[in-house]
Write a protein that binds this ligand. Structure first.
Ligand code: BG6
Ligand code: MG
Length: 230
C-alpha cells in the first residue's frame, strides 16, 4: 500500500506498513476534561483560566502544561510545589477519565481502525499522556493497537520525534513506512522531525505543515491516503 501525498511524484510513493495515532484530540476529546481539571486548579490558586488558554496545552506534556498555566496566572513556585499541583490536577483528571465510555470515541474512528486491521496494517498509539492506557481501557479500544507508546515510555516531549520513533521501532517498521495522525502542531512537527508521513486532524490553519489535513475520521476511507500497490 502506498501513501498518496498531494505533492508526491509517482516514483516517490512509499510503501506504508503502519499507522500511528495520537490519542487526545484524535481518538477522543479529552481536552475538555484536561480543561476542567486545570480550571479547578487555577480557581483554587485564584486566577482566571479560559477555554482559549486551554488551547495552548494541547499536545503539551503535563509538566509543561502546568508551567504554562502558572505563567498565565503570573505565579512562581518551587519544583516541589509544582509536583504537588501536577499530582492534584492529575487526580481530578483521572476522576473524569474513569467515567469515560465507548460513546466518547470520536466519529469514524472505529471504522477507520477496522479498515486498518482488514488491510493488515500495524497500528500504535503515540501519545504524550501518562493516562493513555486508562483511557483506551475505558473506551474499550486497546484491542485495536499493536503497541501503546505513551508518556511513561518517553522522556522527550513533542515536537521531539521520540514517541513516534519508538512506536515505529516497536512495530518493526521504518519511520518512512508510517503515517502519523495528529491534532496538535507540536505533534505534526514531531512526525516530520521523525521523517514520517503525517495527516493533520483539525484545520489547515495550524496544521498546514502536514501532508494532508482532514477534519476527522467520519466517512473517511483508508484509500483516501493509501493507494493500493501496483
Ligand atoms: C497530551 C494532551 O496528549 O497529553 C495534553 O494533548 C496533556 O493536553 C498531555 O497535557 C499529558 O497528559 P497526561 O494525561 O499525562 O497528564
Ligand atoms: Mg493530541
Amino acid at each position: 500500500m502506498y501513501l498518496l501525498k498531494k505533492h508526491y511524484k509517482k516514483e516517490e510513493l512509499v510503501d506504508i506498513k503502519a499507522l500511528i495515532f495520537d490519542l487526545d484530540g484524535v481518538i477522543v476529546d479529552t481536552a475538555k476534561y484536561h480543561y476542567l481539571a486545570w480550571k479547578r486548579l487555577a480557581d483554587e490558586i485564584g486566577f482566571f483560566f479560559s477555554v482559549e488558554d486551554n488551547e495552548r496545552l494541547k499536545g503539551v506534556s503535563r509538566v509543561r502544561s502546568l508551567e504554562i498555566l502558572l505563567e498565565i496566572g503570573g505565579i512562581q513556585l518551587s519544583e516541589e510545589e509544582k509536583t504537588k499541583l501536577a499530582d492534584k490536577k492529575n487526580a481530578w483528571y483521572v476522576d473524569y477519565i474513569l467515567k469515560m465510555t465507548p460513546d466518547e470515541i470520536l466519529p469514524g474512528v472505529i471504522s477507520f481502525l477496522e479498515q486498518a486491521r482488514q488491510k493488515g496494517l500495524k497500528t500504535a498509539i503515540g501519545s504524550a499522556s501518562k493516562n493513555a492506557k486508562t483511557i483506551l481501557d475505558r473506551i474499550d479500544l486497546l484491542k485495536y493497537f499493536d503497541e501503546i507508546i505513551d508518556g511513561n515510555k518517553v522522556s522527550k516531549a513533542k515536537p521531539d520525534p521520540e514517541v513516534f520513533l519508538l512506536a515505529a521501532s516497536s512495530l518493526r517498521v521504518k519511520p518512512s513506512e508510517c503515517i502519523v495522525f495528529e491534532d496538535a502542531e507540536a505533534g505534526v512537527d514531531a512526525a516530520l522531525n521523525g521523517n514520517m508521513h503525517v495527516i493533520g486532524i483539525g484545520s489547515e490553519k495550524n496544521l498546514g505543515k502536514a501532508d494532508l489535513v482532514i477534519s476527522g475520521f467520519q466517512n473517511v476511507l483508508l484509500e483516501t491516503f493509501l493507494k493500493l500497490g501496483h
